[in-house]
Design a protein around this ligand. Structure first.
Ligand SMILES: Cc1ncc(COP(=O)(O)O)c(C=O)c1O
Length: 382
């Protein structure tokens, strides 16, 4: 049985040099930015220490062991065995997605996303010089689902790429096999390529089951590209390494026209850490999920007992809580009120969708104590 992973105390966290801990003054409790307040897994630390001890700090070249480690991890966890000959290295999921989009489209072509969605996806589409087409998820309270009619309308208007966030940040949901099979069928019908960003997948809480897009059907393999990384589940974002995976020879040929220099922009440390994570980090991951599971339920309890007017759906994965603060009367910009009056930093919903200015995203990849403090700070603003 894996031991629950414990977050560092606040005083220790404040010494961190990452952006989460640098962006705000010391009296602010920072809970935006998707990184966790946990120590990383021991096997990852050991692998990185070994690199430092041997001054093995050069460029990253061929690294088949990371592909093998991911293939094994994926097969045991999700029953999907990706093809070792169709995996490529990218700097991170953001850079990988932008490069894949650039390779697949001409400037001005249409790319779809489904708001409310991870804010950088909006920027990636702009960066790739594509026209952004938003097909918002359908909303029923805090429940979200695909708008397939909207999606087909968009696809039929000449969309070239669909940037899928699976599982979905910040809605906190997983997509079913039926959802993904249907997307793949539509994509094939209209000549759309689906880029499935699966960076949060390994953080799925049992008994929920994550299904990789490339595993749902033969058609999905024809139209899909997976972009993923160990960075979210194992807290390695600063180490810069991700993967781009295809399962179809024709798509492989298209994606392999990406500039060669691209592969050199990832970090050797990232590849080493990801390999250790996939090979030897399962126990740590189970321990982290234990703590995150307690935390997502603690938020449910805190809302029910202290501020029941907050809308919240317990997420199916990860460490990001999507909260509807519409009924709290926190003014035009709830994030600003929380920061100024409550000294609590969270992400504003408006960056995920213009419609969600009364929502916020709160990072619970931390201790129960810090989460309780966050809710005390929200209470202060009421
Ligand atoms: C859905 C999603 N994709 C990508 C990223 C960022 O990944 P990377 O740092 O590899 O670009 C995040 C970070 O939170 C995310 O939520």
């Amino acid at each position: 049985m894996a031991e629950a992973v414990q977050a560092f105390p606040l005083a220790e966290l404040r010494k961190r040099k990452s952006v989460k801990w640098r962006n705000f003054p010391a009296d602010v409790l920072p809970l935006p930015i998707a990184e966790m307040d946990f120590p990383i897994a021991e096997p990852i630390k050991a692998a990185l220490r070994d690199m430092i001890d041997r001054s093995d700090t050069g460029y990253l070249g061929p690294f088949p062991e990371m592909f093998e480690a991911f293939q094994n991890f994926s097969q045991t966890k999700w029953g999907w065995k990706p093809d070792l000959n169709q995996m490529r290295i990218a700097t991170d999921v953001g850079v990988g997605s932008v490069e894949v989009i650039r390779t697949l489209i001409n400037p001005g072509d249409k790319v779809v996303l489904n708001s409310p969605v991870y804010d950088n996806m909006w920027r990636w589409i702009t960066e790739a010089k594509a026209e952004l087409v938003d097909v918002p998820l359908k909303e029923n309270g805090m429940e979200y689902s695909f708008d397939f009619e909207g999606l087909e309308r968009a696809y039929s208007s000449g969309v070239k790429v669909h940037l899928l966030c699976s599982p979905h940040n910040p809605a906190g949901i997983l997509f079913t096999k039926e959802d993904q099979v249907q997307i793949a069928e539509l994509a094939k019908k209209y000549g759309v390529i689906v880029i499935s960003d699966e960076i949060h997948a390994a953080l799925t809480f049992p008994p929920h089951k994550f299904l990789p897009f490339l595993s749902v059907s033969e058609v999905a393999k024809e139209v899909g590209i997976c972009v993923t990384s160990a960075s979210k589940a194992f807290n390695l974002a600063g180490l810069k390494c991700a993967m781009i995976i295809t399962e179809n020879e024709a798509l492989k040929a298209r994606i392999n026209t990406m500039p060669m220099s691209f592969a050199f922009r990832a970090s050797l440390f990232g590849a080493v850490a990801a390999t250790a994570a996939y090979n030897d980090g399962r126990d740590w991951l189970d321990g982290a999920l234990k703590t995150l599971d307690q935390n997502r339920l603690l938020i449910r309890t805190l809302i029910d007992t202290k501020i029941p007017a907050i809308g919240y759906r317990v997420p199916d994965f990860g460490y990001l809580a999507w909260l509807d603060l519409s009924n709290l009367g926190l003014g035009e910009d709830p994030t600003k009120t929380l920061l100024e009056q409550g000294k609590l930093a969270v992400n504003s919903g408006v960056v995920y969708s213009p419609k969600h200015r009364n929502h916020v995203r709160l990072n619970y990849g931390t201790s129960g104590e810090i989460i309780e403090e966050a809710f005390n700070r929200i209470l202060r603003c009421l």
